[in-house]
Design a protein around this ligand. Sequence first.
Ligand code: 13P
Ligand code: ZN
Length: 272
Amino acid sequence: MATDWKEIGAVKEAQELAYLMWDKNWDEANGGNITYILTEKEATSLNYTIGSGRKVELQIPDAVRGKYILTTSSGSYFRELRDNPDDLIGIVYIPENGDYYEIAFGLEHGNKPTSEFPAHIATHAARLAIDPEQRVVMHNHATNVLTMTHVGPTDERDFTLALWRLIPEALFMFPEGIGMVPYCACGTQHIADLTLEKMKDRKFVIWQYHGVFSAGKSLHDAFGLLESVDKLCGVYLEVIRTGKFNGGINDAELMELANQWGITPREGYLNV
Ligand code: 13P
Ligand code: ZN
């Protein structure tokens, strides 16, 4: 017997997480979107007849072909995702050939995947090349990160270093650094292409004056990274507000931590 798509664990988890993120003021109105690549087992259990769903044209990166992807709908209010999954979430099938996808489940009443779907599938393509188990991408307007793009360093190395200096665990969480896509219009193939380049060797990318892209193996992972970065940006903003700063953890101390943990900080970031 086929599984009801809404019974898949990640669907329920995405609904709960969407509400939590709205509650954190990161997903005002329809701000934010989530995608999740189903496991082989989950996909097979659905018994979808390929070709039977609504088709939507889109440029498709090869790495996501043959995959089933859970996505929030364009215009979905994260506050309401728990109450109306049929309209506000769905699963699309990406065919082996052709520049289109099929809406297999959900996204009822003519709804479509998030307008950032091109950037999501581009990010999935980049992350899958690193690790086939990386199946989650989330975007939203995390308040402290967004604020920091307006007042903090605009260069991605300086931005990363500013956060690394605040707490030892920052280096551990993102030794590869945080990528920064300079401001440009969202919902386009152009921003998707820029995000893909940054995501080839990072799991967290900031869109200047807009928000975040966080990738991970699970919703839990991607969310954990996101809340950590947002917390650090909040601390940075507090520090700025006081007008004083002791300088934080210096380059030699960061390198000492890296050696202790056996991790490699992004090349060229530390002067040691
Ligand atoms: P969607 O409602 O299309 O997902 O767009 C929200 C958003 O945050 C755009 O960047
Ligand atoms: Zn957005």
